[in-house]
Design a protein around this ligand. Structure first.
Ligand code: 13P
Ligand code: MG
Ligand code: MG
Length: 387
């Protein structure tokens, strides 16, 4: 059968600032997902949070961008928003940017990633005898936060030795989206390994270019889907950080979990953090971790699932970053964070002007630009745009 995995994630309110959703909000989301399974809308569902964002992971047979499924997620986020409002929580309904989206939720605020593939997990199936996948959820970080780790996992044998195996040696196609193009989804397809340098050239810019999806060049099987979109480009103003999600299939014709998570040992610097306007290291954390660290810290969680023949998330899940090995990386991330924080607002510590997510920061600069005057006779300087 054709199966679709959908993850939809939104920040609709949190306790004591932008930390985590309340237990009541999580309960409302869990009950809604349970009811959707009972009704037959979805096969299975899993509700979690990373920082202040609630993520709904669902398996179903309705395909990508399905109105009914996306509307269900929207309603669930609205119900959680109502709880947030009732209890006076911070940022109630923050990521629900439109009043009532008529179809799917792309561009409406919530982060969306979906994978659709043929599902027939039997021993004789040469391509996919078993289906296992991972869900990544980021908080306090920009949409390109996965650019580097996904590139290393899918294109660099230093991280993924599996790329040297016959099943993977043809490499992967990277579909990269220009997130600054607000006319529509503007996408380029580049192939690793031969386009390695070109892919790097784009992916180095985490704020503008993001990996939208990755496809196997051996079988044409979809390998990864990422919610690469910019909230501020959608809303036209700051409404919170983009906090991307990703779904990634693993093992067999795809990289193994360890090959996909090992790049996160870098705790690489990404845009995001406080007021969505800083550069700080991405810290791998267990699922359901609140944001209470020193000066936030961008967070990422990674959860693994298997799918049984009927499309249920068989036998629980596995929390990849909930392991003592990652404590070492968390310490490293904290050290890198403190090093960056030493310089406060100076230079690399904050995002460049046009990437500052808080539009208020830009308003302050614009106001000051008007006060500039030429040295000779205090003639008002020609209005040079702040950029
Ligand atoms: P969220 O998008 O997670 O709400 O983060 C907003 C922010 O500005 C953090 O300081
Ligand atoms: Mg928030
Ligand atoms: Mg968030």
């Amino acid at each position: 059968m054709k199966i679709t995995l959908s993850i939809l994630k939104a920040d609709v309110g949190s306790i004591g600032g932008h930390t985590k959703p309340s237990a009541r909000m999580m309960e409302v989301a869990r009950e809604a997902v349970k009811a959707a399974i009972k009704k037959g809308l979805i096969i299975d569902g899993f509700v979690s949070h990373t920082g202040d964002d609630i993520a709904l992971l669902m398996s179903h047979t309705k395909g990508k961008d399905n109105t009914e499924l996306h509307q269900f997620a929207w309603q669930t986020f609205l119900d959680a928003t109502a709880i947030a409002q009732k209890y006076g929580l911070y940022g109630a309904g923050q990521d629900l940017l439109v009043d009532a989206p008529s179809g799917n939720l792309r561009g409406a605020g919530p982060a969306v990633a979906e994978l659709e593939f043929e599902h027939n997990p039997v021993k004789t199936n040469k391509v996919r005898p078993a289906e296992s996948f991972m869900m990544f959820a980021g908080d306090k970080c920009g949409p390109g936060a996965y650019n580097l780790p996904l590139f290393l996992g899918f294109a660099d044998p230093m991280y993924c030795a599996g790329l040297m195996l016959p099943k993977l040696i043809k490499g992967f196609t990277f579909n990269i989206i220009d997130m600054d193009n607000t006319e529509g989804d503007s996408i380029i397809s580049l192939n690793a390994p031969e386009d390695y340098y070109k892919i790097s050239m784009l992916l180095r810019d985490n704020e503008r270019f993001g990996i939208d999806s990755i496809v196997s060049r051996t079988d044409g099987e979809p390998a990864a889907s990422v919610s690469a979109m910019r909230l501020h480009n959608i809303a036209g103003t700051y409404t919170g950080k983009d906090d991307p999600v990703a779904l990634i299939r693993n093992q067999g014709i795809f990289p193994a979990p360890e090959e996909l998570v090992s790049p996160y040992t870098k705790a690489h610097y990404v845009g995001g953090d406080a007021r969505g306007s800083h550069v700080m290291p991405l810290m791998p954390v267990p699922l359901n971790t609140p944001v209470t660290g020193v000066y936030c810290l961008p967070l990422v969680s990674c959860t693994g699932f298997s799918l049984d023949a009927q499309g249920f998330f068989s036998d629980g899940h596995i929390d990849f970053f909930d392991n003592p090995a990652w404590d070492f990386v968390r310490n490293k991330a904290q050290e890198k964070a403190l090093a960056m924080r030493e310089q406060g607002w100076s230079g690399a510590a904050m995002l460049p002007y046009h990437e500052l997510e808080y539009s208020g920061f830009r308003d302050t600069v614009e106001g000051l630009m008007k006060q500039f005057a030429l040295r000779d006779g205090h003639k008002a300087a020609a209005p040079s745009k702040a950029r």
